[in-house]
Design a protein around this ligand. Structure first.
Ligand SMILES: *Cc1c(COP(=O)(O)O)cnc(C)c1O
Length: 399
């Protein structure tokens, strides 16, 4: 017998997510192995240091690292890693943070990496009591700028791998690591959304942080992996600023299960399913007046394509943002990826679909585009109001 949809029981809208692994939409579909582990551990006591030792072994194997552990989130992991680079294993210094008196406290980051994933990357650095040292300009960093940023107070350098960052003009990870290691500075990589569990440590990074709840399909959590001394120093932050970022037994057990499931997953079959969804949506969209589609590879080389849907309001009788808003409303809301929508396109991400949903999405595209086509006027709400309306809605929460 089918359980009623929990979303209906909770009085929230059932949505279909073609936006991606977004915190605001519930991140990802947690894999059955992780759901089972979470449910099994919740009713039991465990010695958390031992459970984290077990996590360390799994993370070490999958990430080709010396050690690792699980924390509340990748955002928390990054703050904890910065703290680790500042305090090492000094328990008194750990308790004193975010007072960084007497500690190295500068963290280097390229200007083009100073993005927000929902919160600013640089705030997560400052949260540890560190000071952010930005190098280069938004669209370019030069080797002399990076080298010249290192001082006697440099604690670490942060490197962000994400579709959010500027994708050109940056110093790549191998050269970044070489410049920092020449000067004795450890490198922390934010790889929250990256499928590659080994490449960043292989490229010389000292610590790398991932999200459990994104591509892995784990429960909410963050993964730290790297060299044993720094990982231990990061783990010890649970006695200090890491306490507010603590993970529960269910997050640790669920992350272990998600990592083990990742090892066994038929990645080719997943890719095939995603590709089939993209083709289906293209069939519905291509040939319509004012609609152009492009299959876009992921900008950071994750093995994932998205469908870019361009709208020419003249032909389609609707703007990209009006179509996105209409798809996201009604009885079957479909949430598209709209980060750059003012440019006239949205993206459709196929990696969070339940069976049958690709077809429902195809139906919604057809329905809304047919309706717009039949309209005598072009549906074109001024874009300027869209962001303002969203901020207004946020500021009036919980109303
Ligand atoms: C999602 C994301 C984060 C935050 O990860 P959480 O685990 O949700 O805290 C940090 N950095 C980047 C680049 C991200 O995409």
């Amino acid at each position: 017998m089918d359980q009623p949809d929990i979303r209906v029981r909770l009085g929230v809208r059932p949505i279909i997510n073609v936006s991606g692994t977004m915190t605001a939409l519930g991140s990802s579909i947690v894999v059955p192995e992780a759901i089972e582990a979470v449910a099994a551990v919740l009713g039991q006591f465990v010695e958390v240091d031992d459970l984290q030792r077990r996590a360390s072994r799994v993370i070490a194997r999958l990430c080709r690292a010396e050690a690792g552990f699980v924390t509340a989130s990748c955002a928390g992991a990054l703050t904890i890693c910065v703290a680790a680079a500042m305090t090492g294993a000094d328990l008194l210094a750990i308790e004193r943070l975010p007072d960084a008196g007497g500690l190295k406290n500068e963290v280097i980051i390229q200007a083009g990496h100073m993005v927000a994933y929902g919160a600013p990357v640089e705030q997560g650095i400052r949260l540890a009591g560190a000071r952010v040292v930005m190098v280069g300009q938004a669209t370019a960093t030069r080797a002399y700028q990076l080298a010249g940023a290192v001082t006697a107070n440099t604690a670490a350098a942060m490197y962000v791998v994400s579709h959010h960052t500027v994708q050109h003009g940056m110093i790549g990870l191998p050269a970044f690591v070489a410049a920092m290691h020449d000067r004795g500075v450890p490198v922390i990589v934010d790889a929250a959304s990256e499928y590659d569990l080994r490449g960043f440590l292989d490229a010389g990074a000292d610590l790398v942080c991932y999200s459990s709840h994104k591509f892995l399909g784990g429960p909410t959590g963050g993964i730290v992996a790297g060299g044993k001394d720094l990982v231990r120093a990061a783990y010890l932050q649970n006695r200090g600023i890491g306490r507010g970022m603590k993970v529960g037994k269910e997050g640790i057990a669920g992350t272990i299960a998600a990592l083990e499931a990742w090892e066994r997953r038929d990645h080719a079959a997943v890719r095939e399913r995603e590709t089939t969804a993209l083709h289906r949506w293209r069939e519905v969209l291509d040939g319509r007046p004012g609609v152009t589609t492009v299959v876009l590879p992921d900008p950071t080389d994750n093995p994932l394509d998205r469908l870019q849907v361009w709208l020419d309001p003249q032909g389609a009788h609707i703007t990209a943002w009006d179509l996105a808003d209409r798809l996201g409303s009604g009885a079957l809301p479909v949430i598209v990826r709209d980060h750059e929508i003012e440019l006239g396109f949205f993206l459709m991400d196929p990696c969070n679909l339940h069976p049958g949903e690709a077809e429902l999405v195809a139906g919604r595209l057809r329905e809304e585009l047919d309706r717009a086509q039949a309209s005598n006027t072009t549906i074109a709400t001024p874009i300027a109001g869209r962001g303002l309306a969203r901020t207004q809605a946020l500021l009036s929460w919980p109303d």
